[in-house]
Design a protein around this ligand. Sequence first.
Ligand code: ARG
Length: 571
Amino acid sequence: MASTYAQLHERLAAAFGALVPGADPALRVSDHADYQANGVMGLAKQLGRNPREVATEVLGHLDIDDLAEVQVAGPGFLNLRLRATFVAAQLGQLAEDERLGVARDVPRRVVIDYSAPNVAKEMHVGHLRSTVIGDALARLHRFVGHEVIARNHVGDWGTPFGMLIEHLVDLGEDRALASLSIGDLDGFYREARAAFDRSEEFRERSRLRVVALQGGDEETRRLWRILVEQSMLYFSQVYDLLGVTLTREDVVGESAYNELLGDVVADLSAAGLLVESDGALCAFPAGFVNREGEPLPLIVQKRDEGYGYAATDLAALRQRVGELGAAELLYVVGAPQAQHFDMVFAVARAAGWLDEDVRCEHVAFGSILGADRKMLRTRAGSSVKLVGLLQEATARADAALRERDAQLSDEQRVELSLVIARGAIKWADLSTERQRDYVFDLERMLSFEGDTGPYLQYAHARQRSILRRAEDSWSSQDVAFALVEPAERDLALGLLGLPEAVASAIGASQPHRLCTYLFDLAQRFTAFYEACPVLGAPAPTRDERLALCEISACTLALGLSLLGIEAPERM
Ligand code: ARG
């Protein structure tokens, strides 16, 4: 089905186009009318004419009477109020459409780089954000038909592995395995670090280990793989707990780009982009300067001949475009790495690896703060572990469910607590504009009221419960939508809005736009349910209202699933 927005847009675009070909009507959902087109303002400016006059001329070309009533408002806005017949017809189609009006896009291959924890280090809340946002974007892109290639750019390479391997040797493999398998990655890392700081002999061994690792020494590689494997097992457990789509196949760690680094250097020097500076090979992308106004280097090969983080990212980008054929690259990484990515993208463009038509975006996000509005830390000052947060959230959800006495068996309650906990954590993360920091407040996140995951899940469960009570006393077939009550009409308009919400979330890589839409929809439903009795309504109205409940439930469930949040049938 063509979405409501798409149909209105098509008519408007034709009328605007009659004045200036390709002119954008700038159509959006509006509080003042059902929809508003603001494009006249831009058009008038472009033509150097009076906006109201231009509006009248656009109206003269506009053939939209069967869909909406149009009025010129303010300096030249076009306010559209949808015809009841159009709303009813759209809703009728929605009821039959499992995609709820969301069309498929022209398929693109999209590489999404997300999660990317580090081997032998705990996954912290920054990785939580990357994992949750990246996974939502992956689901959204897949739903509209894109081919998503997830890339979990795990930090599994570099100088720290010298000391980590030596520590493993000192502990003995059995004890090392035991310590790593209980998930105490940070403990292991800290001990290695302590030995490194304490002993010159250990430092020397670590240095030699790095050389052996890079040189491909077999025994060293075997020990390294133990560290990688144990960490991977642990990450998989976290992914399972979180309910994300990432799999082992998506893990292409930094080490995987080793063999490509030589080609990167060759390409860059052939393009004349490499300069020797203090013994290191650097690129100086145009326009990047430090505070003193001096050109900023992107270090490609270090003085000791080793490669660093930037070289690996260059190799990964080159491979993602050149070999995987990506049309779009998204990097879901914290805001502090903005300059790193800007520079990597600039060097890649200069090297000719990135055509103008390849879209490349650093999907940056802000920090998670504690109640004191500083970076979230434990009392002891270390970074907060993801698993601990999930466990605490689950325990709290469990307690809340006990209090609500929702007549659940122990087993159901345990399962539901996890569903609620991860829904709460994901919603809190996704519903704030990603660039902003947010305060991690479990109590608020888990509340059944307000802009929270549990509220949305509960709204859905309530709709399902109404439908269960109606059982088969009604049929969703051929329901006539009269939409007499204003609250019914408001809900119906909300239901028609999913396609734009999805498109806008994808277009801006902003899952929170879908959250905003879903929260608004849940509120429209509440208003409807307060104003309009459903089960007790007389015959044709009852079916109509039950159909509204059903489409609402489907829309919430689909919308939440695109964010990676489950919508249980009962709560
Ligand atoms: N492992 C890195 C970190 O923990 C994040 C990697 C992000 N992805 C990338 N392609 N650089 O900070």
